[in-house]
Design a protein around this ligand. Structure first.
Ligand code: KIV
Ligand code: NA
Length: 263
């Protein structure tokens, strides 16, 4: 399969081709998602929550992003791979951001980085892009801002601010924008205003593409069912049934049997 590239990602907008994106963190899942034909895989800092079980994304380190980014990159042949820049890996200065973005690209083999921010990150985006490292921006609900906002669900929703942010990151050279938990009409307006693709999550049908957190859409997070989330599978039930059947057969001496033994 031919690699899906950043220029191809940019070209989808004019062709009105919707972009499909899911998150990936480990080898076997990334391989399945790539072979299923996903356009983009995001190694998101959500790994702090869905892989590590922490309550926010704040503790995730550059080394952890590189660890998972390298694994995912090795599993994938076609999908465009984007790796999140974690909290405090790009906030100190544009040169700190460039060094970390460079490490992520060199040490993982990924195609691009993503960072949360708009007008406030213009210099940083320009600096990273000046080294030919593609940058995706992320607006709306910004989980790395949880402490300043006072809660995970708190969202920047002012329409004028959001449009100013979107135009600023486009001008700074970003090749795409994640729009997280923005009302559908504003997400549509942003999408119609910028020339780079927008990828929505909880932001309605008007974006140029869509992303979901894979363990959430697979139904592995039984207690998590926000309105925006569509669960395409119920892996909690699948895994529970498989684990219980296995444990029962082991306890009752039914497994392993002759057909699963070497004689
Ligand atoms: O970290 C992540 O998975 C993300 C997506 C929710 C867009 O940033
Ligand atoms: Na993220």
């Amino acid at each position: 399969p031919k690699k899906f590239t950043v220029p191809q990602f940019l070209a989808t907008k004019e062709k009105k081709q919707k972009i499909s994106m899911l998150t990936a963190y480990d080898f076997l899942s990334a391989k399945i998602l790539d072979e299923a034909g996903l356009d983009c895989l995001l190694v998101g800092d959500t790994l702090g929550m869905v892989v590590q079980g922490k309550s926010t994304t704040l503790p995730v380190t550059v080394d952890e992003m590189i660890y998972h980014g390298e694994i995912v990159s090795r599993a994938v042949q076609r999908a465009l791979i984007i790796v999140d820049m974690p909290f405090m890996s790009f906030h100190v200065s544009p040169s700190q951001a460039l060094e970390n973005a460079g490490r992520i690209l060199k040490e993982t083999g990924a195609d691009a980085v993503k960072l949360e921010g708009g007008v406030n990150q213009v210099k940083t985006i320009e600096t990273i892009v000046s080294a030919d490292i593609p940058v995706m921006a992320h607006l709306g609900l910004k989980p790395q801002s949880v402490r300043a906002l006072g809660g995970m669900g708190k969202i920047q929703r002012d329409e004028d601010d959001l449009i100013a942010d979107a135009l600023a990151v486009e001008r700074a050279g970003a090749f795409g924008i994640i729009l997280e938990m923005i009302t559908a009409p504003i997400a549509k307006k942003i999408t119609d205003t910028v020339t780079i693709p927008t990828i929505g999550i909880g932001s309605g049908p008007g974006c140029d593409g869509q992303v979901l957190v894979t363990p959430d859409m697979l139904g592995m997070n039984a207690d998590f069912h926000p309105r925006f989330l569509k669960k395409y599978a119920d892996l909690t039930t699948v895994m529970t049934n498989a684990a219980q059947a296995y444990a029962k057969e082991v306890r009752e001496g039914q497994f392993p049997d002759e057909s699963h033994s070497h004689t």
